[in-house]
Design a binder for this molecule. Structure first.
Ligand code: DX5
Ligand code: ZN
Length: 229
């Protein structure tokens, strides 16, 4: 994985056909996705359950680029090796998921993956101040995690604070929740570079009719880049 601050669109397969993840991943990549975002939920840290490392491992061969695994689970540490073995390029854990996020980020890097830290809407930017040297990605939640299709919560001020804290460090700012062509400019202008989008990418398309995925990705990217066509 090379680092840059260009806008990257990361479709969340939470909005894909759960019976056809492999083909859905291939379809969004063919339609222009930069990363594929994989949401793991445990029914404990968040009030919803998706899937675990075995499913991630099964999906992996169908993704050519970056597999971005968002862990909404507690505890985290005992599962890190399993997600790294499944082929995750980025593993993101929530700062709210336990008392030892510093240890968690060390363990993610130790397992050979890029280390992400996610912040719920109620968690301040300053909470990661002492973690910057251990962090490859900060995920700013713009919904309370657990479900796709929720209303965007404006975290523009938090993103700007994080962008200033990060400075020249090679740390991505990822936005997750309610991203669409209307909200993308807010987060991109504040300093985000990775935009996760579930409903706004998968709406209107399917593996048999993938062109809408491409149109949706293009619309979000152009809105984020300030290009209105
Ligand atoms: C929310 C998940 C998100 C979600 C985004 O708990 O972490 O990745 O799938 O979905 P949309 O884009 O529909 O808000
Ligand atoms: Zn997510």
């Amino acid at each position: 994985m090379t680092f840059d601050r260009s806008i990257k669109i990361a479709p969340s397969i939470l909005a894909a056909d759960f019976a056809n993840f492999g083909a859905e991943c291939a379809a969004v990549e063919a339609q222009g996705a930069d990363w594929v975002h994989v949401d793991v939920m445990d029914g404990h840290f968040v009030p919803n359950i998706t899937f675990g490392p075995a499913t991630c491992k099964a999906i992996r061969p169908h993704i050519k680029g970056v597999m971005d695994v968002h862990l909404m689970i507690a505890p985290v540490d005992s599962y890190i090796d399993a997600f790294a073995d499944a082929g995750a390029d980025v593993i993101t854990a929530h700062i709210e998921a336990g008392p030892h996020i510093h240890r968690t980020l060390q363990a993610i890097r130790g397992a050979g993956a890029k280390a992400g830290v996610a912040l719920n809407p109620g968690t301040p930017a300053e909470s990661i101040q002492h973690l910057l040297d251990l962090t490859d990605l900060v995920c700013v939640m713009t919904v309370n995690p657990g479900f796709g299709g929720q209303k965007f919560i404006d975290m523009g001020a938090k993103i700007k604070t994080l962008r200033a804290m990060i400075g020249d460090r090679p740390i991505h700012i990822e936005i997750d929740g309610g991203v669409d062509p209307m909200t993308a400019p807010i987060v991109a202008s504040a300093g985000a570079d990775v935009l996760v989008a579930g409903s706004a990418v998968f709406k209107g398309g399917s593996v048999d009719n993938p062109a809408p995925y491409g149109e949706n990705i293009k619309a979000i990217r152009e809105a984020a880049q300030g290009v209105y066509v």
